[in-house]
Write a protein that binds this ligand. Structure first.
Ligand code: ZN
Length: 167
């Protein structure tokens, strides 16, 4: 006996061409819906898509070279995005801290609104990095390290809404 997942996998393997043909026809008949579905999937699977792209480039070096030749601006855009995502500039961090102190009078956690003792602070992504958040000023706040780890991969809005419900 197979479990359902195994069964679906085998069914797919056996009927691959037929399923592929059917979705091809569906995509042809519903181009707008197909495009929307792809975009939605990409938006929800940013990391997965990147991983797939990396894998594809690794397994198809010649085709990747061709792609780079045809899309130099895409590479540049990707690199800019990569660097801006992976390093928060000192200037931005400084601004986030300064504005926090200006706003609250003392360094204060933007999540629980309590003051932060020296050394207990961290820079926090309002929309988590793992969910497509950026390292831009607008997406950053100062928070307790403990609040940051409690928040985990929720967005700040989800955290604040949760707090309202439990209050
Ligand atoms: Zn806090």
């Amino acid at each position: 006996m197979f479990n359902e997942k195994e069964y679906a996998k085998r069914y797919y393997a056996k009927n691959k061409e037929r399923i592929k043909g059917r979705s091809k026809i569906w995509r042809r008949n519903n181009p707008d819906q197909a495009k929307q579905a792809v975009n939605a999937w990409r938006k929800n699977n940013i990391e997965r898509k990147r991983e797939l792209n990396r894998l594809w480039a690794k397994n198809n070096p010649a085709a990747y070279k061709e792609w780079v030749k045809k899309n130099p601006y895409r590479i540049k855009a990707n690199n800019v995005r990569y660097y801006s995502e992976n390093s928060i500039s000192h200037i931005i961090i400084q601004r986030v801290y300064e504005d926090n102190i200006k706003k609250y009078g003392t360094l204060t956690c933007y999540l629980c609104l309590k003051p932060i003792l020296f050394g207990k602070d961290c820079i926090e992504h309002k929309i988590p990095y793992s969910r497509g958040g950026t390292n831009n000023y607008e997406n950053l706040g100062v928070a307790h390290r403990s609040c940051n780890s409690k928040k985990h991969n929720k967005t700040h809005i989800e955290v604040l809404n949760n707090a309202k419900i439990s209050r």
